[in-house]
Design a protein around this ligand. Structure first.
Ligand SMILES: CC(C)=CCC/C(C)=C/CC/C(C)=C/COP(=O)(O)OP(=O)(O)O
Length: 276
């Protein structure tokens, strides 16, 4: 797929317009967009990367949050980021390591953790150059101190970047996200008298969920799972309720521009009803 085809077919404003036509203003969703979710790959590959995209219904900016899995972060990183910004996608979530992956062998875990650290360091410069913001979601308590420091540095240094928000899910679990981020926080607020239990509603719950990471585009529109497995493996259990799903047998290192554009076209053709 050539660049001109990409621009003609998948620029952000066209996607936005398509979405608005589909919704006809009747959806109750406050956040809509496009998100692509990566697939998990079992092999010996130490990591995978997810991309998700989301657009704001109200912004009209065609912002997109994408999520893709890959096994070689360094090779795919630039490509996925580049594809996202070319298509008007503003948020890309990459599933690198799930909380359940702590059950893997220590040798494998050590290897991927070292790789994460090296990649974070080398990608920081690239991200500064390309106006990319990086955030990390997931439980950091089991990460090496040195990795946490690198993550914190990256998050702080390029917080103001706005071309693409790259969210890396490390030690992430969608179920824990719900339990820890929302249920426990809300219980504490009720206990401390900050809110009343009977006042808890969808909006309040969602404010707690991933509150500090991507409030503008919290829900992926499109989840792409590569590698042939037909499941989400604990990724964004709440946020993906109305995400469009795309499953492919392609392993993430081979998931390139041509298939990416095909997925976006497929997304554009879908009719999202949100129960209406
Ligand atoms: C230590 C090590 C080598 C980790 C790498 C594992 C891996 C492919 C992580 C990528 C993140 C991800 C997509 C997790 C879900 O896949 P899953 O394969 O965990 O999901 P499944 O259990 O449902 O197949």
């Amino acid at each position: 797929m050539q660049t001109d085809q990409l621009e003609n077919v998948d620029n952000g404003s066209q996607l936005e317009s398509t979405n608005n036509n589909q919704s006809s203003g009747s959806t109750s969703q406050s956040h809509r967009g496009f998100s692509v979710t990566p697939l998990s790959q079992r092999l010996q590959t130490p990591q995978s990367q997810n991309m998700s995209t989301s657009r704001s219904q109200s912004s009209g900016s065609g912002e997109l949050n994408a999520y893709i899995e890959q096994s070689e972060l360094d090779d795919t990183y630039d490509d996925l980021s580049r594809l996202c910004w070319k298509c008007g996608i503003k948020v890309l979530t990459t599933f690198l390591f799930s909380y359940d992956n702590w059950k893997r062998s220590q040798e494998d875990i050590d290897r991927v953790m070292i790789m994460f650290e090296e990649e974070m360091i080398s990608n920081l410069q690239e991200s500064m150059r390309h106006d990319i913001r990086i955030s990390v979601i997931g439980d950091r308590t089991r990460l090496l101190k040195s990795l946490i420091e690198v993550i914190t540095e990256a998050e702080e240094k390029i917080e103001a970047n706005s071309r693409l928000h790259l969210i890396l899910a490390i030690g992430y679990s969608g179920q824990s996200d719900i339990l820890q981020a929302s249920c426990k926080k809300l219980c504490r607020k009720v206990r401390d008298g900050l809110i009343r239990g009977e006042d808890i509603n969808k909006n309040i719950f969602e404010q707690e969920l991933g509150k500090n990471v991507c409030t503008q585009f919290p829900f992926p529109d499109l989840l792409i799972r590569t590698g042939g497995d037909l499941r989400l493996s604990n990724f964004m259990a709440y946020q993906s309720a109305y995400a469009e799903l795309y499953f492919t047998k392609t392993f993430s290192p081979d998931f390139g521009e041509e298939e990416f554009i095909m997925v976006l076209k497929s997304f554009q053709e879908r009719h999202r009803r949100y129960g209406v």
